[in-house]
Design a protein around this ligand. Sequence first.
Ligand code: FAD
Length: 321
Amino acid sequence: MNDQEVLIIGCGVSGLSCGIRLLQRGLRVRIVARELPPQTTSDVAAAIWYPYRAYPEERVLAWSAASFQEFLRLTAVPAAGISLTTLMEPYQWPVADPWWHTAVHHFRRAAAAELPPGYVDGYVAEVPLIETPLYMNYLMTWCQALGGLIEQQEVADLTAVAGQYPVIINCAGLGARELLGDATLYPIRGQIMRVTAVPGLHAWIDEHSDRGLTYIIPRRDGVILGGTVQVGDWHMAVDRETAVTIRQNCLQLEPRLGDATILEHCVGLRPGRPAVRLEAQPLSPACTVIHNYGHGGAGFTLSWGCADEVMVLVEAVSGKR
Ligand SMILES: Cc1cc2nc3c(=O)[nH]c(=O)nc-3n(C[C@H](O)[C@H](O)[C@H](O)COP(=O)(O)OP(=O)(O)OC[C@H]3O[C@@H](n4cnc5c(N)ncnc54)[C@H](O)[C@@H]3O)c2cc1C
C-alpha cells in the first residue's frame, strides 16, 4: 500500500505525530483539518509530560513511557522546544508513589523543606517540558519536510471520504464527538494565563488540594499558570474571576510570581473520554478507519506511544489486503 495515500483527519499533536510516523515508514500522508496550528487545542496546552485525565491507566502508562523516550531524543533538537524540567507535586496528606512513576527519570520523594506551607508529602521528577508554540511549529515543518501534505478542510461525513482512501486515521480530538456521534466524548475546559518570566522556577502541579487544580509551568516565553478542570463546559471565553483565582492559587505555591505581569489568557477544551479510543474499525470492504482520540489532559504525554500503535494497526490492516 506504499503508493496509496493515508488520510489523517486532525492536525493537533495526535494527527501530526501519526503523520510523521507513517511518513517515516515510507507511506504517503495527507492531513486535513478544520483548524491548523496555532488554532488547535494542542496549541493551548502548556505543556508537560504528565498522564492527566486519560484512561485506562495500563495503556496510558505504556503510551506515556514510549512518548517519554521520544521526547528525550528530541531534547537534542533545539528547534523542537523540548527540554527536561523538574516537576514537584505536593500533597496535604501522606501519599504512595504515583502509578506512573516508573516511566520518568530521577523520581524521588520531596524533602519537607521543599514543600510549601500546609503540605506534608509529595514527589519530584524530571519530565519533558514541551513548549507548544515551538513544538507544534516543529511538528508541522517536520511532517511537511517528510513529504506530508497538510490542508485546511473540514470533514463532515467519514463515509464521503472512505471511497478515496484504504486507511483513514481519525485524530479529530473533541471534533470526533460530532464526526462520529460519539456521545462519550466530552470537553474538560482548561483556562490558563501566561505571565512574564521569573528566574529560577521549577514546574508545579497540585491536583488534589481543596483549591482545585493548580499548576505552574516555566517556559522560555514566560510562565504558564493554570488551571481549571471544568467537565462538560464548552465555554471558550476567558472568565476574569477564574483568572484571579488561578493567580492567587499559584502564588500560594510560588510567592515569587507576585511581581510577574500577565501577558495573555487562554482557554482550551481537553477531549475527555472514559477511555482513549485507539482501535481499527472497518468502514467498508475497502476502507478501515483507525481511531486515535479522547486523550483528555494528556495528548502530548501519549502522542508518540499512540502514534507507534497506530502505525502497527496500519501495517496490520494493509497486511490483510
Ligand atoms: C489548558 C490545557 C492544558 C493542557 N496541558 C497539557 C499538558 O501539560 N500535557 C499534555 O500532555 N496535555 C495537555 N493538555 C491536553 C492536550 O492539549 C490534548 O490532549 C491534546 O491537544 C489533544 O490533541 P489532539 O491532536 O488529539 O486534538 P486537537 O489538538 O484538538 O486537534 C484536533 C484536530 O482535529 C481537527 N478536527 C476536528 N474535527 C474535525 C472535522 N470534522 N474535520 C476536520 N478536522 C477536524 C481540529 O481542527 C484539529 O486540527 C492540555 C490541554 C489544555 C486545554
